[in-house]
Design a binder for this molecule. Structure first.
Ligand SMILES: CC(=O)SCCNC(=O)CCNC(=O)[C@H](O)C(C)(C)COP(=O)(O)OP(=O)(O)OC[C@H]1O[C@@H](n2cnc3c(N)ncnc32)[C@H](O)[C@@H]1OP(=O)(O)O
Ligand SMILES: CC(C)C(=O)C(=O)O
Length: 802
């Protein structure tokens, strides 16, 4: 059936009350009401599967923990489960002294008796009796006149009185009486008052304070706007006699979705007490939500006298016991209610947090309250035990502000505005393409990958390994590149990993960043210039680091053009050293800019006036072959390099340099030496640590088995060699070190031999030998033999040392 064109022919509007001087609209709520949770009764009776005793017990404990002092625990006459649950609470001593158990009964004598029996022996209980009073119920359900409706209530009130008095006498239980004219909001207002007056009279014991009778005025079904409920409550409060002896209780349902509003207006209109359920469980659309009401008060600066500091644990209990979810958009409790996906919300929240930090610091210094004043967030999630994790979540509707907020929260980086825009494009493009939410991990990992930030896992093609920044004065101080004239030049000396290979590069500029860019231009033909730079500290105290942000544009442009250049690349770096942080940021940006572009082979310039020197050559050998050349060997090899580079305009590529080293020292290549070690043994002989060395040598293609004694392997092998030649070999310098670690460790040995061909009339020559071996003795012996092999020594052509 379609919706009606003329619904007034089917639905009657509510009848407004005429109260020209109604007071509630100008009242302001200043205190928390008395709360009653009816989760275990009205909430429970609305569940497809009512709670078990275990679930009810868990729920009861949570309610007590939240601070509820009045809890309607059951409709004991309804089932053994309900009855036994109440008995279990009492007999198990689970009811705190300051908590009142409330139980509901209809106006039926047998059921009233069982209800009162259920609470016998507890310290204090509220007996809650109800009968419907509206015309519809009188006519249809009870088929009762007004008089009979009053009589039903009066008669059973008297039964309650009598049975509770007997129970008090027998068990010492203290009772309060609550009466509900069920369907109050659909009952003629004057008749509702008439019934309640009759009940009050029948009870006959209403007093002040704890003796007040409770008149619970339910919106059993919500049928009118909240202002009408407020009018009904104000009308009742004004007209009920002995108002001071009455607690006016509100029991709104939520059929029109206005339960919370109706309750708040009802409280302004005179309500003292509210019955409801956590998160609004209850018949049909539910009872009014106590959490919502309490936290609404809290955000007005009024303590609700309920504690939801750990809201999630309350949600967990309620969901588990009711077997119903809490809607993701549920006020205060839904998983999305502190979350912004959309760009402008995120931007405002990010700015709000920043402004609030400053505002709070200023207020604290003036001793003033630090008010919560945050765009889109009416309450601080932290007050409910939530963190700010979920406040900003990113999808294709999000903007740069939210993404920057997450980067700030999770990586501690405060991105410059233009970099936010650049990174936003990256995230937006993925979110749109994949049509899904970008989780924090997606965003931080996209950031790390894009900017090669966060350790070796994210390194780009160029990565800083070590550097030294030094300065040298500039003769003409107007030579500076930027606006500021520089009176000192900065020199960058560093080792960087280029496509997995360590390289030494050097450059100069008017600052560390331009010196690095100069080095990249000189050595790798990578030509960029810095357009924007900013930095800030991350962390505090001894853990403080610098974060740097760099925007680069293509070099070789006029400064004016470079500033305007549409194409730019951002980079970020963090380091405990501020220069290191800036240099890393430059390499991050350069990595972005070069993409997969092929890089020219790195070259060392080793001629006269060259930028690279002996130390650079030694570094290249160290980085490529892990050999730490002794200083004199460095000098010796540098001369070899310079000679070799002369033909190629004083430049030598890294690969040629390494090959030159291998060829010069016959190192690590299969080419045999003139004198090669086939095998050896070495044993201690006698006392005093002397050794006997036996070697099997391949000497000019002839095998020679020789032996000698010495204080060690080197002195012994020299004796062996000297026994085979004209003249004398001696060791001028020897050095060794380990290469690698653990079971892969090797020894590297360096020997400089001197050869005096005719003793006395010396014609001395020297040569270096370099070797490595897993056996340190073998490494030393080989180094000696390799040095001897390249010397012009005269062999005596003896066989087997004889
Ligand atoms: C608005 C509310 O939430 S009120 C609370 C509602 N909660 C519940 O009903 C849950 C627990 N209820 C039950 O377990 C059962 O209904 C019981 C045990 C109370 C009664 O069960 P039964 O005796 O089988 O009766 P039934 O459930 O059919 O109730 C209807 C009868 O009670 C009468 N009745 C209904 N409400 C009341 C009342 N408040 N006072 C007196 N009689 C009432 C009806 O007029 C009807 O009487 P009739 O049989 O003479 O026509
Ligand atoms: C028993 C009464 C108070 C009730 O639950 C209602 O009217 O909703």
């Amino acid at each position: 059936m379609p919706m009606l064109a003329e619904p007034y022919q089917k639905y009657k509007p509510y009848t407004p009350l005429v109260i020209p001087d109604r007071q509630w609209p100008s009242k302001v709520q200043k205190t928390a009401p008395i709360w009653l949770s009816t989760d275990l009764r009205d909430g429970n009776q609305a569940l497809a599967n009512p709670m078990t005793i275990d679930q009810k017990t868990r729920f009861f404990q949570t309610l007590v923990k939240c601070g509820l002092k009045e809890i309607e625990v059951a409709y004991p006459a309804a089932s053994d489960t309900d009855f036994n649950f109440v008995r279990g609470l009492i007999e198990g001593g689970q009811v705190p002294d300051d908590v009142w158990l409330q139980v509901l009964t209809p106006a039926r004598a047998d059921l009233i008796k069982r209800t009162i029996d259920s609470v016998a022996g507890t310290k204090q209980a509220i007996i809650h009796m109800y009968n419907a009073t509206s015309p519809n119920f009188r006519n249809v359900v009870f088929r009762n006149s007004k008089e009979k409706t009053i009589a039903l209530a009066v008669e059973h009130t008297k039964i309650v009185r009598q049975l509770t008095e007997e129970c008090s006498a027998k068990h010492g239980t203290k009772f309060k009486y609550e009466y509900s004219p069920e369907t109050f909001t659909q009952t003629e207002p004057e008749f509702a008052i008439e019934v309640c007056e009759a009940v009050k009279a029948a009870w006959g014991k209403a007093g002040t304070g704890e003796d007040r009778i409770i008149f619970n005025l339910p919106a059993t079904v919500e049928i009118a706007p909240p202002n009408h409920y407020a009018d009904q409550i104000e009308n009742f409060c004004r007209k009920i006699t002995e108002r001071e002896k009455v607690i006016v209780s509100l029991h709104p349902h939520n059929d029109r979705g206005q339960g919370v509003a109706a309750t708040e207006l009802g409280l302004l209109a005179g309500g003292d007490r509210v019955e409801g359920c956590l998160f609004g469980n209850g018949e049909r659309t539910g009872n009014v939500d106590l959490v919502n009401l309490a936290l609404n008060l809290y955000t007005q600066g009024i303590h609700p006298k309920l504690d939801f500091s750990d809201l999630q644990s309350v949600i967990d209990t309620v969901v588990a016991c009711n077997d119903l979810p809490v809607h993701p958009r549920h006020p205060y409790a839904g998983e999305l209610v502190f979350t912004a996906f959309s760009g402008s919300h995120q931007d405002a929240i990010k700015k709000g947090f920043e402004a609030q930090r400053t505002g709070h610091a200023e207020a604290a210094s003036r001793g003033e309250p630090q008010y919560w004043d945050m765009p889109y967030l009416p309450i601080d999630p932290a007050d409910l035990g939530c963190n700010y994790e979920a406040v900003i979540r990113v999808n294709a509707q999000s903007g740069k502000g939210g993404i920057a907020y997450l980067i700030q929260q999770h990586l501690g980086l405060d991105l410059p505005r233009k970099m936010q825009i650049a990174f936003y494009q990256v995230v937006q493009e993925t979110a749109d393409r994949e049509a899904r939410e970008m989780l924090v991990e997606d965003i931080t990992s996209a950031f790390r990958t894009t900017y090669h930030y966060g350790g070796s896992k994210y390194e780009g093609r160029l990565a800083l390994r070590s550097f030294k920044i030094s300065s040298e004065p500039v003769a003409d101080s107007s030579v500076g590149e930027g606006d500021e004239p520089a009176d000192e030049r900065r020199l960058f000396d560093g080792t960087i990993l280029v496509d997995g290979v360590l390289r030494v590069i050097r450059g100069d500029g008017n600052g560390p960043l331009s010196a690095l860019l100069d080095a990249l231009c000189t050595h790798l033909d990578i030509d960029f210039t810095v357009r924007e730079y900013s930095e800030h500290a991350i962390g505090e105290g001894s853990n403080v680091k610098a974060a740097s942000y760099v925007e680069i544009v293509r070099g070789g442009q006029e400064v004016k053009d470079a500033r305007k250049s549409a194409e730019s690349w951002w980079g970020v770096g963090a380091d405990s050293d501020i220069a290191g942080s800036g240099l890393r940021a430059v390499l991050s940006a350069v990595n972005n800019a070069i993409g997969n572009r092929e890089l020219p082979e790195l070259k060392l310039s080793v001629g006269f006036n060259a930028k690279s020197g002996q130390a650079d050559v030694a570094s290249a050998i160290l980085n490529s072959l892990q050999l730490e050349l002794p200083r004199r060997l460095q000098a010796s090899f540098f001369e070899v390099v310079q000679r070799a580079a002369r033909e190629t305009g004083d430049d030598i590529s890294y690969s040629s340099l390494i090959q030159l080293f291998r060829d010069t020292f016959n190192y690590g290549i299969p080419k045999p030496s003139r004198i090669a070690l086939k095998s050896f043994t070495m044993e201690n002989v006698g006392e005093g640590g002397r050794k006997e060395l036996k070697v099997d040598l391949d000497w000019d293609g002839v095998e020679r088995q020789l032996s000698s004694e010495g204080t060690g392997a080197l002195s012994a092998v020299l004796l062996v060699l000297n026994s085979q030649i004209e003249g004398t070999l001696s060791i001028k310098e020897y050095a060794e070190h380990s290469i690698g670690e653990g079971s892969d460790v090797q020894a590297a040995s360096y020997v400089e031999l001197a050869y005096d061909d005719v003793p006395g009339q010396t014609k001395r020559s020297t040569a270096w030998g370099v070797s490595s071996d897993t056996d340190i003795t073998a490494s030393g012996l080989k180094a000696v033999l390799r040095a001897a092999s390249v010397m012009d020594i005269a062999s005596r052509n003896l066989v087997n040392g004889k």
